[in-house]
Design a protein around this ligand. Structure first.
Ligand code: NAD
Length: 320
């Protein structure tokens, strides 16, 4: 069984590639290395290709056939919310266009299984415990590309021979191996590390929210738990298919920004205290995943906690 992982040189993709290989699956990577790092899994065949280019359909289809690929895990995408607000058409071309090309190639090569990286961003300004059935109202073009991506997969699953699972990740953090850490400071944990590295206090954007300590609450899932969710999803597609199913991937537990920063300061031993600054526009007070569906249908649940996340992320950061 050979799995093609698009975006397999990226932070999450590299973890899934390694986890697949550790259990004996053959893997090939397609990545244009725009944010990916080829050395993350240097021993795995990597085909440098921009999947958003229409010329990639032929190349991908040929690769799928010649390598005997049985399933695709599609991570390749742009993921910067601010950039998507500035360049919406380009984001749709990259994220939705890239997915369409992958699906076209799969149809041509008769590959019928795909796992798609979706995001909690599809829920937009959701609050509290968010189930898969919650209103989808993305607040950025990035989130919209993920929701449209799910619709596209849904339509393709109905029209062509395709079984699919979309996984809506909540806040991904940590590292399964120290050399595979998140090197982009877009999320809370790497952003705090960046401040500490610059000898500056970590910042809390608002402590007057309606939460127990006044700071925003989010659901942080360890990237290794997330990688395992992909493996379980792949096995579910292999065993009974099921057309297109969509699952949240989180822990079901909320952690406040202050709690997270306290753990980071404790683990790093950095001599700082958090500094409270003004709220950022558009941050909902509390967003936590309802994870009942994935537990019930795929038998997956997270097993790592906030300290595991911070310790592993810090160990990875020390290597950078
Ligand atoms: N990191 C998170 O917290 C998070 C949360 C929700 C969803 N996601 C989604 O998970 C996926 C992986 O995210 P990540 O955090 O690993 O990001 P990442 O930037 O580290 O990985 C993305 C990978 O895709 C590659 N890529 C991008 N555009 C490409 C293209 N057109 N052709 C070929 N390769 C391309 C990049 O080079 C990179 O290796 C993305 O789809 C992202 O939207 C991430």
């Amino acid at each position: 069984m050979t799995i093609l992982v698009t975006g397999g040189a990226g932070y999450i993709g590299a973890h899934v590639v390694r986890a697949l290989r550790e259990r004996g699956d053959e893997v090939i990577i397609v990545d244009d290395l725009v944010t990916g790092i080829a050395t993350r899994n240097a021993e795995v065949p990597l085909f440098q290709m921009d999947v958003a280019k229409s010329s990639s359909v032929d190349e991908l289809a040929q690769l799928l056939s010649s390598r005997g690929v049985t399933g695709v895990i599609h991570f390749a995408a742009r993921k910067q919310v601010g950039e998507s607000v500035a360049k919406p058409a380009w984001y749709f071309a990259e994220n939705v266009g890239g997915l369409a090309n992958v699906l076209l190639a799969m149809e041509r090569a008769r590959v019928g299984r795909i796992i798609f990286s979706s995001s909690a961003a599809v829920y937009g300004d959701a609050r509290g415990f968010v189930a898969e059935t919650a209103t989808k109202a993305p607040t950025s073009p990035y989130g919209e590309t993920k929701l449209v991506g799910e619709w596209l997969i849904d339509a393709a699953a109905r029209a062509q021979q395709l079984d699919a699972i979309s996984l809506r990740y909540f806040n991904v953090a940590g590292a399964g191996w120290p050399e595979l850490g998140d090197q982009m400071a877009l999320n809370l944990v790497p952003m705090v590390f960046e401040r500490l590295h610059a000898q500056e206090s970590p910042r809390i954007f608002g402590d007057d929210y309606d939460t127990p300590d006044g700071t925003c609450i989010r659901d942080y899932v360890h990237v290794m738990d997330l990688a395992e969710a992909h493996i379980v999803a792949l096995d579910a597609l292999n065993s009974k298919g099921g057309r297109h199913r969509v699952f949240n991937v989180g822990t079901g537990e909320g952690t406040s920004v202050r709690e997270m920063i306290d753990v980071i300061l404790r683990v790093s031993g950095a001599p700082f205290t958090a500094e409270v600054v003004a709220r950022r526009p558009g941050d909902p007070a509390q967003v936590t995943a309802d994870v009942a569906l994935i537990a019930q249908q795929l038998g997956w649940q997270s097993s790592r906690n906030i300290v595991d996340i911070v310790e592993s992320a810090w160990a990875a950061h020390q290597r950078d």
